[in-house]
Design a protein around this ligand. Sequence first.
Ligand SMILES: [Zn+2]
Length: 770
Amino acid sequence: MMRSFQRLPLALACALLASAAGAAPPVATPAASAPSMLGFTVDRAAEQRDLEQRFDASLSASDQRAWLKLMSSQPNHVGSPHDKANAEWMLARFKEWGWDARIETYSVLYPTPKTESLELVTPQHFKAKLHEPPVPGDSTSAIGGALPPYNAYGGDGDVTAGLVYANQGMPDDYKELARRGIDVRGKIVITRYGGGWRGLKPKLAQEHGAVGCLIYSDPRDDGYGAGDTYPKGGWRPEDGVQRGSVQDMQQYPGDPLTPGVGATADAKRLAIKDAKTILKIPVLPISYADALPLLRALDGPMAPRAWRGGLPIAYHLGGGDSAKAHLVVQSDWSRRDIYDVIAVMKGSVEPDQWILRGNHHDGWVFGAWDPLSGNVALLDEARAIGMLAKSGWRPKRTLVYASWDAEEPGLLGSTEFAEAHADELQRKAVMYLNSDTNSRGFLDMEGSHSLQHVLNAVAAGVEDPETHASVLERARARMRVDGASDGASGEDKENAAIAAKGGDLPIGALGSGSDYSAFLQHLGIASLNIGFSGEEDQNGVYHSRYDSFDHYDRFGDPGFAYGVALSKVAGHTMLRMADADVLPLRFSDFSDTFGRYVANLHQTVDGMRKDTQAEHALLDAKDYALVSDPTRPVGPPARDSDVPAIDLAPLDTASSQLQQSARAFDAAYAAHVASGAKFAPAQQQAIDTAMARMEQALTDPDGLPGRGWYKHMIYAPGLLTGYGVKTVPGVREAIEQRRWDEANRYAAITARVVDGYRAQLDALTAAMKP
Ligand SMILES: [Zn+2]
């Protein structure tokens, strides 16, 4: 059912070599002291900076604020009247600003709660409120029309069972429960947020035999333990609930009934019972006010120290039948229409090269932080670009701006669009640039490493609104300070060392959690995800009714200066990608990063081997049994398999050869741009197309083991981390999960994919030479 992926035929790439010979003779370019701009001659770089200044002059913090207020004035979840009204309002704005705009509608499975209840039935009765009351000073918190708090794509069920506290509900937590003799089969598991993606908690509970799952926000890190609660401060109040999807997105995101194809009206659909991404057991998210009586009722062993949260109780694990709960969840399993707003500005020179930009517009309730703060920055960019167009400028390449629907339940709007237009996107898309929640703070940069340099160069030219340093220098300072802190990880230290050299900052790799997934990991389109965040972050209202305009205006970005800063970073990146003489991609940044990933795989295997040997020595000496308190015994951990030799040599070879090829390409590229020579338009387009398709060469048609929707062999969301990224995932996950044969096999497969990428790069280098 999965589509197979077209690679750039080498014959075409080699044909570029011949056509390049017909290039115009080099034109002398004036020496100038202006900083260089990748992909532009010195003269063209000056023009581009002028264009960016005119773009900046059109941005408006006060309009972003007014748009946020309007769009978050009513509940705007999928299927709500205001969600559709927002889409239609944006459509009218894009048209008014001179864009060729349309709404694309998809029909998706979107369950909404019909019945929800949660009661403690033993040892005493308590009925959970499952409701977020109005708070003073928050003008939308009393408005009707919202859905009750729920987890989309949990199963239907009516169960009464004993409760077990399973900490964060991650794999290691179940190992600890087992050491204490606690089995969750037939039980309702209560977990706290944190440690991994929410959807993994009920999935792992289900796999361990539980009949229901509760997820609550513990006040230690998501409430009064972090700071003053709303409305006094910005942190989660006692009745605040974190909603969210529990779809099994690690299999595939998007509409559960149409994996791999667009959810158009006439699409072929799976039966609901056959959809692999829908859970079987009922799940509910609850507040810490509702969790407290349940946790207080538990007896059994004390929870390990690290599992205890900020509630005023001793945390016990439960496990018997002395604390029993009754959980009911029934949903309406209807299909709903979703509305993607798509705006196009056709390129004047290379209309079939698409530069894409997106942010979603649906929220869980009002969605002021998530997602509208990023969405209004995107709208401001679109208006500023419209004004440039009205003054006579046109982009060389085509700009596509999108506001997605239905991101929250599982990236549905962007995934269905990407699947419906897969062939055309793989032929034409050069880049997808995503944003989502935005607030005061530091620029976060993640994405495909071929785009690392252009994003760094843009960030160096945008001023931080509060410190007046560039947003890049502020991000660098944080990277260096983080690397020197007590809790610094190996990666933090490595990043700090790179940052200290003063050049480009390393950008993070993309896992999942927003709308880039289908573009990057399914189609192989180079992608970026950016946004500002990270000040003593007061977003304690994530996915709750209190994620409102009033909250955002006080704690998110008062004055909306960081909304404007996001518009600048995103807008300049879009304009440089659209107007560069040669696409500003730098493959050596990818090859260097890949080299670090391979080195890290070696360290991982060596570290696991040492740790396993040390653990086996403790087990053999029966030390665990001897330290266990005889009156409260804790069993030894299960014995892991030995770590054999893993053959990473194919990756080492592929990596070092790729680094040489990437240097050769950089040299040919620099020489070409410096010469001022121009290819004929058709030849330039062929080179652009080949460059744009480089990222697709990192995909494999068979995809990752057990989850073929994910085709990218370098970046993927972790099976057991959810949003968190796994780099070189076929190999890394096999190692971490001790599937040694699979690790060897994917080392060879990944090396072969990287060799294919190198061959395409060599062909491009040849084409670029005069
Ligand atoms: Zn979002």
